[in-house]
Ligand binder design. Structure first.
Ligand SMILES: [Zn+2]
Length: 262
């Protein structure tokens, strides 16, 4: 019964998001699937955590749009999320919601779920709000190296603080929505894991993420096989299969691993 309600609620949210151009068609189908599992197995507390991530990140992607004009081409996708992005951001959280079905009385599926969402939320807040930093970001692997805004692997003070805030929001909700053994510890574990995941995301962006180059615009881009201008892009660094969706997936995974260590 709860699964059916979850399915109906997931369809409703996915349809609204599709209408609002936050999701494209494949993204809406993927969101219905992940939403059904998270709402249907977890319940309303799990739904609130997922929706907090989804609503704040979609809103931030739209806000400051003017500021980011010209930066958009650095990112491989616009603000309409597709299935790859939905699974990249929500795949691990969905897996923990499914594990809750088999271990309904254990607190760890909730902790893993929250840590994965804290990481992707921190990453999104950091990426979207980081462009507000007055100065150019620096490479996470070499802090003396100043890079152009929007460069994968670049970090800034505002971006890092925004990531911490995004993570802490999920941390507060994780500690207060469900009765957990020690809510103060849960808050700190989830918040720090989320920040660690977001920093790991930047590290991957600086090292192994597939990056391309547009010979026409003489610019580095995540876009492949063609750039926004229509020119085919050339692979310059990173693993070819390791695109932004895999980076996001690894960000969530690292958040979970950090939560296990803390
Ligand atoms: Zn171009």
């Amino acid at each position: 019964m709860q699964l059916l309600l979850g399915f109906l609620f997931a369809i409703l949210i996915a349809t609204l998001a599709y209408r609002a151009h936050s999701l494209n068609k494949s993204g809406a189908i993927a969101a219905t699937f992940t939403g059904t599992i998270i709402f249907g197995i977890g319940g309303w507390q799990w739904a609130i955590l997922l929706l907090t991530f989804f609503i704040t990140s979609s809103t931030l992607s739209r806000a400051f749009k003017k500021r980011k004009q010209g930066l958009d081409e650095k990112f491989s996708k616009g603000h309409e999320r597709d299935a790859g992005q939905v699974f990249g951001n929500g795949g691990i959280a969905t897996a923990f919601a499914a594990l809750h079905f088999f271990f309904p009385n254990e607190p760890w599926p909730w902790l893993g779920f929250a840590a994965a969402l804290a990481a992707v939320n921190a990453d999104t807040w950091g990426t979207e709000l980081g462009v507000l930093n007055p100065t150019s970001p620096r490479m996470i692997t070499d802090l003396r190296k100043v890079v152009e805004k929007g460069t994968s692997g670049g970090i800034s003070l505002i971006g890092t603080l925004a990531a911490l805030a995004g993570s802490a929001l999920i941390g507060i909700l994780a500690a207060s929505l469900l009765p957990v053994p020690d809510s103060v510890s849960i808050f700190f574990i989830v918040t720090l894991s989320g920040l660690a995941g977001a920093l790991f995301d930047s590290f991957l962006g600086a090292t192994v993420q597939a990056m391309y180059y547009c010979p026409t615009d003489k610019k580095e881009t995540e876009k492949h096989p063609v750039h926004t201008c229509g020119t085919p892009t050339v692979h310059i660094r990173g693993w070819k299969w390791f695109d932004n969706d895999w980076v996001n997936f690894s960000c969530g995974a690292f958040g979970v691993i950090a939560a296990l260590i803390f």
